[in-house]
Write a protein that binds this ligand. Structure first.
Ligand code: 5GP
Ligand code: ZN
Length: 110
């Protein structure tokens, strides 16, 4: 856990979130500023700043995040949706703890 990381605090239950899913490895919750009718984030509990910091050791975790997307989307009534991971400041990342965005129900374009 990183002391001043908002997503570490959410994962630790120190800051509330509108939860979609949780297990020992990941947490998923609705984005506080949704950019689509349904916009949630799939977040590993372990603190990893960006996708650029990932190695082969993270393959299972990243795969789990990706495979969870259709399951959680289906649970919210979505059959189609968009997934995005912003990487680094130039990639539009604002929270430096990796997360997969899932947009649905009138998804953003692009
Ligand atoms: P990024 O630009 O880093 O890919 O996306 C970060 C996302 O986290 C943004 O869509 C932002 O609205 C969301 N976010 C930031 N702080 C919080 C928070 O405290 N709670 C929730 N639920 N979402 C947050
Ligand atoms: Zn963190």
């Amino acid at each position: 856990m990183s002391a001043d990381c908002i997503f570490c605090k959410i994962a630790a239950g120190q800051i509330p979130s509108n939860s979609v899913y949780e297990d020992e490895d990941v947490i998923a919750f609705h984005d506080i500023r949704p950019l689509a009718k349904i916009h949630f984030l799939i977040v590993p509990k372990t603190h990893i700043e960006t996708l650029n910091d990932c190695t082969a050791a993270h393959e299972a975790l990243l795969g789990k995040m990706m495979v969870l997307a259709p399951t959680l989307a289906a649970g919210l009534g979505l059959t189609g949706y968009k997934t995005v991971m912003n990487v680094g400041r130039e990639g539009g990342q604002e929270v430096f703890h990796i997360h997969l965005h899932v947009f649905g129900g009138g998804a953003i374009s692009g």
